[in-house]
Design a protein around this ligand. Structure first.
Ligand code: SAM
Length: 278
């Protein structure tokens, strides 16, 4: 009665460990997010196994069934579509339930997009904060980024093709144009690309070629360096409201007065906000 948490490749199918293959061969059952997708990986590895679907939306009830099987003596492996289970993938409830029921949980480590990207980013890797996906809605996303604006540790985000540019534009708004950022795209795959820029340069680079927006992405953002003046979300909102009624120069001057910020910094921000709303 053991649950194995087995990492699978994030692109290149050779990135699976010998121990992962051995474990997947031996277990009675493999719990997977998408049984069709995982079926292809298992077929590639020549493994015939019984698969059991475990998605985010049914994880709690399905986990209870898996715990029953484990308590009855079966051994089970948990895999996700790619990388390490539980890292923005199902498994948290299952592992928690297993530990509460005294079931042994054995991790079989391997690929994880966040760590893979960080290891090649050239940004400080001694302390970092994994943030997963930012909220889909702009308001919530800006709020989250504002919470992180003064975080000194390196920040790691996952992002999808269709929200990549919106998220990076919001990062420019909250973190400023000059913050260092690394975009790691299609890791371990044919079109793997890892580029280092400031946020403003990255936006320019992405806008030069729409193909650059396609694929799977990890964004690594440098933490805040000491003594950098930041613009609060309240100041941004004030500027946005004033900008609707007044010329930008005036709106920037009033906002600067209220929040004790530099006029020119707010003027530049106003131009960015203006171009985003067009
Ligand atoms: N469990 C996975 C892991 O260990 O990295 C993450 C699963 S999460 C649902 C999927 C996201 O991970 C993608 O949207 C992308 O942000 C990131 N990702 C996965 N594979 C990637 C790759 N080959 N290159 C870049 N990012 C990747």
């Amino acid at each position: 009665m053991t649950l194995y948490i087995v990492a699978t490749p994030i692109g290149n199918l050779d990135d699976i460990t010998l121990r992962a293959i051995e474990t997947l061969k031996q277990v009675d059952l493999i719990a997977a997010e998408d049984t069709r997708h995982s079926g292809l990986l298992l077929q590639h590895l020549g493994i015939k196994a019984k698969l059991f679907a475990l998605h985010d939306h049914n994880e709690q009830e399905r986990s209870a069934l898996l715990v029953e099987k484990l308590l009855a003596g079966e051994s089970i492996a948990l895999i996700s579509d790619a990388g390490t289970p539980l890292i923005n993938d199902p498994g948290y409830h299952l592992v928690k339930m297993c530990r509460e029921n005294g079931i042994q949980v054995v991790p079989i480590p391997g690929a994880c997009a966040a760590i893979t990207a960080l290891s090649a980013s050239g940004l400080p890797s001694d302390r970092f904060s994994y943030e997963g996906f930012l909220p889909a809605k702009s308001g919530a996303r800006r709020e989250k980024l504002t919470e992180l604006a003064h975080e000194p540790r390196t920040l790691i985000f996952y992002e999808s093709t269709h929200r990549l540019l919106d998220s990076i534009n919001d990062m420019q708004l909250i973190f400023g144009s000059e913050r260092e950022i690394v975009l790691a795209k299609e890791l371990t795959k044919t079109w793997e690309t890892i580029v280092s820029f400031t946020i403003a340069q990255l936006i320019e680079w992405l806008n030069e070629d729409k193909n650059r927006l396609k694929g799977e992405f990890v964004l690594i953002v440098a933490g805040e360096r000491a003594k950098k003046s930041e613009i609060s979300l309240d100041a941004i909102k004030t500027l946005q409201i004033l900008q609707k009624e007044l010329p930008l120069k005036k709106a920037a001057a009033i906002t600067a007065d209220i929040y004790g910020l530099k006029k020119n910094q707010l003027y530049q921000l106003g131009l960015t906000l203006d171009s985003q709303s067009n």
